[in-house]
Write a protein that binds this ligand. Structure first.
Ligand code: ADP
Ligand code: TPW
Ligand code: MG
Length: 565
């Protein structure tokens, strides 16, 4: 606590932030330096907190968010006042939307001064955060951080905004007062046990099912209750469908997975158990035609207000997933749930038909490559490397990637998530590499990559083992649209199909590869992973291969006025 640059027993707000973070095990900061937090970044690094400096706050925030998802500890993002704060807000909002615990710590300027920055950052953050706090007295820094930690990780996790005005950071206090003000959070993620009667009700509903189905969402992956979730699925024999980021919670080649028969499984199921998954747009809001109107739902979630959000829930089980699944296991009597073989046979038939269709797409091998042949090559390389993280964003690159890339371990697939947001790519890749020390392969549409592409500089500066694969089809969805005005500007969805993305990383000392066919791609990826160095593989993809909006064309409103005025 002694201020090392002074012989008096005086310390200040900067030191208190660092001490409070260390006391609570927050060991990494993802940020961008500037007024009024520059000294905080230096001091944090000097005191043993790892500081990862980004080009843009949005990527720093995304790195913090995904590190929160992977570790259940809030990831910390640090931003400067005003524009830096606002740049971080998209990541904070995305974190809240996805249920990832993170804290955006932002410096703010003196609100009493009338100048261009005068703003109320705390209230601007509120609608996008799970909680927002401002610390107005230096001795409240640690209690403020404690509250932010609790808000981020307890109940449904989310993004928390914590405002430190510049004068509070610079304010001095004596070391004794400072030491007394330090707070270590006790039991930040208290278990929330489900009511026994809700567990009983859920089992009774399930016991009557003829066509039961379990949906695993990223809340289930987040909960780190992997062994019990697997035990419940295998003991009951109920087929399961993983949501995108829950892939790998049980391996994709598990015999009970219905991933290859998704539409059929959803539409036919008569009792559905949602484990950490919301009935939002990704699940057709629980409505027909994706689901049978007669189906009954069981829902395991920590957030009581999620129940009945879009469709009536027959058996809510409100509690943390680890406690709820273990309660289900404990109450389940042998033979109480039996899955009729007719249901399993129908699912198996649909799976086989779809798997054959997929195999023929993967075998087609067109020139130029399409999404399937490129993704098939990547899947082949990753098959015996289940520990590698896969980051994925884009439209076709994302939707087809989700179906082709098999996951075998929990929490290894990180993607656009609840918002289908572009721009998470490099931030998520950096966050995953930093918290795990493991390699990451980021599979990026060319448009998606552009949102955070400058962070390849960050990847090279910190020597992170990240291989970015850019699927260059020359545009958003496709690269072949034309400008109907007759002018020379490219069409709105068109990017540059001949852009040399691999040269970008070479500018920072990373390895660039160009891979025009599946063999080249497999070799480039194998070599890049073996080297452990930052790398970027530029993959030309047929500009005509994609579909507008990927797999959600149905949500894309279209102008039916085609005549030119
Ligand atoms: P997906 O997009 O994979 O369908 P969602 O993000 O929509 O998943 O849903 C995740 C759900 O999991 C949220 O409703 C959230 O409240 C819940 N959740 C997150 N962590 C836990 C936990 N530890 N215990 C119980 N529920 C959780
Ligand atoms: C923050 C809208 C959805 S998908 C996409 C955009 C711009 C890019 C698709 O092109 P890409 O993939 O990445 O090249 P591919 O394989 O189909 O060619 N701004 C934000 N988020 C979203 N979702 C958009 C815009 C969008
Ligand atoms: Mg594209």
């Amino acid at each position: 606590m002694e201020n090392k640059t002074s012989s008096t027993s005086i310390t200040n707000g900067f030191h208190l932030v660092v001490d409070a973070m260390k006391l609570n095990g927050l060991d990494t900061i993802y940020g961008v330096a500037g007024i009024p937090v520059t000294d905080l970044t230096r001091l944090a690094q000097a005191e043993g907190i790892r500081y990862i400096g980004f080009h843009h706050e949005q990527s720093a925030g995304n790195a913090a968010a995904i590190s929160g998802y992977l570790t259940q500890k809030p990831g910390t993002c640090l931003t400067v006042s005003a524009p830096g704060f606002l740049n971080g807000m998209v990541a904070l909002a995305n974190s809240t939307t996805n249920g990832f615990p993170m804290i955006q710590i932002s410096g703010s300027s003196d609100r009493a001064i009338v100048d261009l920055q005068q703003g109320d950052q705390m209230n601007a953050a509120k609608p996008y955060a799970k909680a927002a706090y401002r610390v107005d007295r230096v001795e409240d820094i640690s209690i403020g951080l404690a509250r932010a930690i609790r808000a981020a990780v307890s109940g449904r996790p989310g993004g928390v905004y914590l405002d430190f005005p510049g004068d509070v950071l610079a304010a001095t206090l004596d070391t004794e007062t400072a030491a007394r003000s330090l707070v270590r959070v006790v039991d930040a993620i208290p278990r929330q046990l489900p009511a026994p009667e809700s567990v009983k009700r859920a089992i009774e509903v399930l016991a009557k099912a003829e066509r039961p189905l379990i949906i695993l969402g990223k809340g289930a992956a987040y909960a780190q209750a992997d062994a019990d979730i697997r035990a419940f699925i295998e003991k009951t024999g109920i087929p399961f469908q993983p949501m995108s980021m829950a892939k790998g919670l049980l391996p994709d080649d598990h015999p009970q997975s219905t991933a290859a028969a998704r539409s059929y499984a959803l539409a036919q199921a008569d009792v559905v158990v949602l484990i950490g998954a919301r009935l939002n747009w990704l699940l057709g809001h629980g409505k027909s035609p994706q689901w049978s109107p007669a189906a009954q739902f069981v829902q395991l979630d920590i957030e009581a207000t999620e129940i009945d959000s879009n469709r009536a829930i027959a058996a809510p089980v409100v509690g943390d997933i680890a406690s709820s699944v273990s309660a289900l296991l404990a109450m389940l009597k042998p033979g109480q749930i039996r899955v009729p073989s007719a249901w399993l046979d129908q699912l198996a038939q649909h799976k086989q038909r779809n798997q054959e269709r997929m195999a023929s797409r993967l075998a087609a091998n067109p020139d130029p490559m399409d999404f399937y042949s490129a993704l098939g090559a990547i899947n082949g390389v990753l098959a015996d490397k289940p520990e590698i993280y896969v980051v994925n964003e884009g439209a076709n690159t994302l939707d087809i990637g989700r179906n082709v890339i098999d996951m075998r371990m929990p929490r290894k697939r990180l993607d656009s998530g609840t918002w289908g947001v572009m721009g998470i790519g490099m931030g998520y890749a950096i966050g995953a590499a930093v918290v795990s020390g493991k390699p990451v392969v980021a599979i990026e549409g060319d448009s998606a990559f552009g949102f955070s592409g400058m962070e390849i500089g960050t990847i090279c500066r910190y020597h992170l083992p990240i291989v970015t694969v850019v699927f260059n089809n020359g545009g958003i969805y496709r690269g072949d649209d034309v400008n109907h005005s007759g002018g020379t500007d490219p069409a709105p969805t068109v990017l540059m199909k001949d852009a040399c993305y691999e040269k970008l990383i070479e500018a920072f000392g990373g390895d660039g590869y160009y891979a025009a066919d599946p063999q080249d791609l497999a070799k480039a990826l194998t070599d890049a992973l073996a080297s452990g160095k930052p790398a970027l593989i530029n993959c030309p993809i047929d500009p005509t291969a994609g579909t507008e909006s990927g797999h959600i064309s149905n949500l894309n409103p279209q102008s039916n006025i085609t005549e030119k005025k």
